[in-house]
Design a protein around this ligand. Structure first.
Ligand SMILES: CC(C)(COP(=O)(O)OP(=O)(O)OC[C@H]1O[C@@H](n2cnc3c(N)ncnc32)[C@H](O)[C@@H]1OP(=O)(O)O)[C@@H](O)C(=O)NCCC(=O)NCCS
Length: 236
């Protein structure tokens, strides 16, 4: 297998690859049999011209591709049409492409929610690592044009039968407003010890500790004297 010589944002220089990319997508869809929204070379070319696609090239041939679509007036963005040439699969290429297109999406549409629907475990894994969460279809865009894209999928009848609530694909969403929770770092043993020492030296604490010590002393003195007076009480 050859090395990837270029992984870049696609542009005018790559227009002549549009047809080959679409063929690659169609062949993959036929092999998987799970269905995929059909793309035309014209559509793929437009994505390249808009600077909304990432392409991987090896030995002068396209071996990977993905593009950005916007829905719901730019409130939602989808990273669609991911394809890796069979000879380059399982080498981490899809992950690299997805990372690039994700970066491009965040930069171009920083406010948008990024989503995808997929049956691919590899894609779910990558999405999850990028911070996407699995969601129901009701949390995705309601833009009719997005869902029309599913019409060329062989499972479209399932989507319509379920009133667009679910299908074979899993919906995943990256919401920029829901930043991943950063795990609170537990201080090390040494750090905890240093903090304790600092606390013990803290003047306010020292004063309080002295007062507390005095109180305990007074209490125990009182107890002692009470005990002795109690002992003096005649029982009969
Ligand atoms: C899906 C596809 C893009 C994956 O491309 P790839 O370059 O082989 O994927 P990567 O090598 O980057 O693998 C990404 C991760 O998925 C895992 N993975 C790859 N194929 C997998 C599979 N069939 N099942 C489960 N996990 C898989 C890899 O182990 C890797 O995980 P890791 O990084 O934790 O080890 C490629 O198989 C393809 O083009 N398929 C046809 C088109 C398609 O299905 N597109 C997706 C439409 S949503």
């Amino acid at each position: 297998m050859s090395e990837i010589t270029q992984l870049t944002i696609a542009g005018e220089a790559h227009l002549h690859f549009a047809e080959e990319i679409c063929t690659m997508m169609e062949q993959a869809a036929q092999q998987r049999g799970t269905g995929i929204a059909k793309r035309s070379p014209l559509y793929v070319s437009a994505k390249m011209l808009e600077g909304k696609a990432v392409i991987a090239i090896s030995n002068g041939r396209p071996v990977g591709f993905c593009y950005i679509e916007t829905w719901g007036h730019g409130m939602y963005v989808a990273n669609s049409g991911l394809i890796v040439h069979p000879d380059f699969r399982n080498t981490g290429l899809a992950r690299r492409i997805k990372e690039e297109i994700f970066k491009l999406s965040r930069k171009t549409f920083p406010e948008a929610k990024i989503f995808g629907i997929t049956t691919s475990l590899a894609v779910m894994k990558i999405n999850s690592d990028l911070g996407y969460k699995p969601v129901t279809f009701s949390e995705l865009t309601t833009d009719e044009d997005f869902w029309k894209g599913c019409q060329s999928c062989r499972n479209y009848d399932i989507l319509t039968r379920t009133d667009r609530s679910h299908c074979l694909c899993t919906g995943m969403l990256y919401d920029p407003d829901k930043k991943p929770k950063v795990e609170a770092q537990k201080p090390s043993k040494e750090e905890r010890w240093e903090r304790f020492k600092r606390f013990m030296k803290f003047e306010g604490f020292k004063e309080g500790a002295d007062r507390l010590r005095q109180k305990i002393k007074n209490k125990s003195n009182n107890l002692k004297s009470n005990k002795s007076s109690w002992l003096k009480i005649p029982l009969f």
